[in-house]
Write a protein that binds this ligand. Structure first.
Ligand code: NDP
Length: 317
């Protein structure tokens, strides 16, 4: 499968695995890249020396391209950037910040830059900042998300109409049918996160993987919209947040309730009661733990067979 995203990243399929904190370490990333997609290391939860080690392990496990996701609010971002440049990582996905800040610097070192947005306004800003592509992430997505609640179904065609650079659709995609739908809406590729949380190679805690498998439609919610919008499984911690909102808790009280390291507690240490369990709405369609390479293969096969069905005349006119 060739298009402008496969050429940009030098990969086989227009298929990207999201760089998720606490889940996307080198084993997952190398498995996805080896299967023909683009794996992304989630550097937001890694101390600088950990990222250095993870990149080296990934380079030893694959000779295919892979990327690093860099949340721009990461406290030691200059150290992460120096590590990425030192190891000649070819692609960086930036998120949660202004793409103007680092894009030129990264590009001067020959690195392709992709920025994650959740609105047309920020897609245009990212394009103006000189990024090579954007990820447009809809309301369905897990973890940190936009405030406007624009769903992937609406966001992708709106963004694709406005920008000239390639658009990667994210949020609510976890199947081949979903991938085809996103491409039909105008995307050049898809980015998939939740489906890989339950891959064998993901570094998520087994308890978290199981809670994703157990989740059904309606079991996640976007919360903390005024502080740091994040989609979570509605566990006991989430219920405490809801109760705080019902009591009209102040911003300071909410920040105190969130505390520090909630995502680590839930997703990496497996505390399903007190931790944050960041996952997308598509978790309702995720039923098993599988090797990441098989997930890539399954989604691509379903994409192709659904496309074939359409071309073979699913409709009569
Ligand atoms: P918290 O502030 O609650 O906790 C910080 C977590 O990051 C801790 O668990 C800590 O690990 C770990 N960490 C890794 N490197 C560092 C470092 N250099 N300094 C401090 N902490 C570090 O943040 P969250 O858990 O909510 O978020 C974690 C990360 O996710 C953020 O740092 C940010 O990079 C990213 N993020 C991304 C967003 C996005 O892309 N849209 C939005 C929000 C956050 P330990 O417990 O071992 O000290």
């Amino acid at each position: 499968m060739a298009n402008r995203i496969t050429s940009l990243f030098n990969i086989q399929y227009p298929f990207i695995q999201a760089g998720m904190i606490w889940c996307s370490g080198w084993e997952l990333v190398a498995a996805v890249s080896n299967a023909g997609g683009l794996g992304i290391i989630g550097s937001g939860s890694m101390y600088p020396e950990i990222l250095d080690e993870q990149i080296q392990k990934c380079q030893n496990a694959t000779n295919k391209p892979f990327a690093v996701n860099l949340p721009m609010l990461y406290p030691d971002i200059d150290k992460h950037i120096a590590t990425i440049i030192k190891h000649k990582v070819p692609i960086v996905f930036t998120s949660a910040g202004n793409p103007k800040t680092w894009t030129n610097h990264l590009k001067e070192h020959g690195i392709k830059v992709v920025h994650v947005v959740s609105s047309v306004k920020f897609a245009l800003k990212a394009e103006a900042a000189g990024v090579d592509a954007i990820v447009a992430e809809g309301f369905e997505a897990g973890g940190h998300n936009g405030r406007d609640e624009t769903t992937t179904l609406c966001l992708i065609p709106m963004v694709a109409n406005e920008v000239k650079i390639p658009v990667i659709a994210a949020g609510g995609i976890g199947t081949g049918r979903g991938m085809l739908a996103a491409m039909n809406l105008g995307a050049d590729a898809v980015q998939i996160g939740s489906r890989f949380v339950t891959s064998e190679e993901s570094s998520a805690h087994q308890n978290f993987k199981q809670s994703v498998i157990d989740a059904n439609e309606g079991d996640t919610q976007l919360t903390f919209k005024d502080i740091t919008p994040v989609r979570l499984i509605k566990n006991e911690f989430y219920q405490k947040v809801e109760q705080a909102y019902e009591k009209c808790a102040s911003r300071e009280e909410l920040i105190k309730l969130l505390g520090r390291g909630r995502a680590k507690k839930g997703m990496f240490e497996g505390d399903l009661t007190e931790g944050e369990l960041e996952i997308g709405q598509i978790s309702g369609l995720i039923h098993e733990i599988k090797p990441a390479g098989e997930i890539v293969k399954e989604i691509i096969e379903e994409f192709k067979s659904t496309l074939q069905e359409q071309q073979n005349g699913k409709y009569t006119f």
